[in-house]
Design a protein around this ligand. Structure first.
Ligand SMILES: [Zn+2]
Length: 425
């Protein structure tokens, strides 16, 4: 009996996963190197344009998987697709989000044009390719936005300025089969190197301490980049604090006091040139409460007594595309999670298409929406309130690391575990 159950589980997993894998022969199309593409995105909620600024030949090898070059998830707001020029075959796809789609959800973003730096990394093509930038239409489908040609024989490629060395904080093996996370320091002066080293250790330990990350400790490579700032601390406009720092992190992004991010994306990637990386965490030298993280873009986390819980939470956003499960009606971007469509994130639902979310994890007979009650405290359901909204958006658990605290709920755990598969094969 046991054997049969094991076999059935295996078969189910195979079916689900094989449906999403479209493997290409990596070595046929790509060098084991990285092409970095720096571009500007300019616009409003109505429309935006993309202007490529630089193709950069990154130092070192390709840190990503050689097998999973096609992103099987459908989480981000944007997507980059690399196509073979001769045949049109899709060789590399990755979805991601950026600060731009948060900006256009603010009142200013409705009609005031703004420009944002964005960067994507792709494996370095051996022959001519088309690089296609895609965004979502009103039906949430990806549509082509801009197509540029890249010919390794003729396209101008630059190198990054001299960058700090990358230190191994946790090394588990070959980057192609590991999740490579880089932690980069911001707001530390030369005199604060000792504190920086200590904080690197705190961050690296916090990242692998909580389940399900803990179960994947051997799937992590963690790198530290000791970027040096001219001034100590982090810019905080509300308090009149202005600091000249390596990456330019700041509080009060999008008018939210605790939202800590940077707009200097090209500088950020310049500083990371010597590290293999697939995920970025900025370690901000400040103890003022705050932070932020965007899917496949970067996370920004401060060094404090709360790092042990804030870091796993923020990494849940940037690594696994998880949404916040809490309610915060002060968040200025009202339409960030529409109730008329199904949210992209795996751990919130508008119930528009609950079947494609975590309905399979809900026990039979439990009402949907699920009332918060003592009996339901540890049950996966659909509890109203999440994605900052009090109504119309539902979360899987009464309490979760992505919400009001505690460990990760079963839905978030499943999303995190699934993500590890595409980084570690
Ligand atoms: Zn959760």
């Amino acid at each position: 009996m046991t054997k049969r159950i094991v076999f059935m589980l295996f078969a189910t997993a195979m079916t689900v996963f094989s449906a999403t894998v479209r493997a290409i022969d990596f070595a046929q199309y790509f060098h084991d190197r990285t092409l970095r593409i720096d571009y500007l995105r300019t616009g409003t909620a109505k429309s935006n344009t993309i202007e490529v600024k630089n193709f950069v030949a990154k130092a070192g090898g390709w840190a990503g998987s050689l097998v999973h070059t096609i992103d099987p998830f459908d989480y981000g707001a944007f997507r980059v697709v690399v196509k073979d020029d001769a045949t049109g075959t899709e060789l590399y796809i990755r979805t991601y989000s950026t600060l731009f789609q948060e900006y256009v959800a603010t009142p200013a973003g409705a009609d005031s044009t703004a420009t944002f730096q964005e960067t994507v990394l792709v494996p370095y093509p051996k022959a001519k390719v088309k690089i296609v930038f895609q965004q979502r239409n009103a039906k949430q489908q990806f549509v082509n936005q801009k197509e540029v040609s890249f010919d390794p024989a003729t396209t101008k490629v630059v190198v990054a300025p001299a960058a700090p060395p990358a230190k191994k904080l946790l090394y588990s093996g070959d980057s192609h089969k590991k999740l490579d996370v880089v932690i980069v320091a911001d707001g530390y002066t030369k005199k604060e190197m000792k504190k920086m080293e200590k904080d690197f250790q705190t961050f690296a330990e916090a990242l692998v301490k909580m389940k399900p990350y803990k179960d994947h400790k051997n799937d992590f490579n963690i790198w530290g980049v000791p970027a040096i700032s001219k001034e100590s601390g982090i810019t905080n406009p509300i308090k009149g604090v202005k600091r000249n720092t390596a990456i330019g992190s700041s509080y009060n992004i999008m008018g939210i006091a605790r939202y800590l991010m940077t707009y200097e994306i090209f500088t950020l990637h310049d500083l990371l040139d010597n590290a293999p990386y697939e995920q970025i965490i900025i370690m901000s030298n400040s103890d003022v409460y705050g932070g932020g993280a965007i899917y496949n873009f970067y996370a920004n986390v401060v060094v404090s007594s709360a790092t042990a819980t804030v870091l796993p939470h923020e990494f849940g956003h940037t690594f696994a595309g998880l949404a916040d499960e809490y309610i915060d009606e002060d968040i200025s971007y009202e339409e960030l999670h529409s109730t008329k469509t199904e949210p992209l994130q795996p751990n919130i639902t508008s119930l528009v298409n609950f079947d494609k979310k975590w309905k399979d994890l809900v026990e039979e007979g439990l009402p949907i929406p699920t009332p918060v009650s003592a009996a339901n405290l540890n049950k996966i359901g659909a509890y109203e309130g999440g994605g900052y909204r009090k109504q119309g958006i539902y979360r899987p658990a009464v309490r979760c690391m992505m919400g009001t605290g505690g460990g990760f709920c079963a839905v978030c755990k499943r999303a995190i575990n699934a993500m590890f598969e595409i980084y570690t094969e």
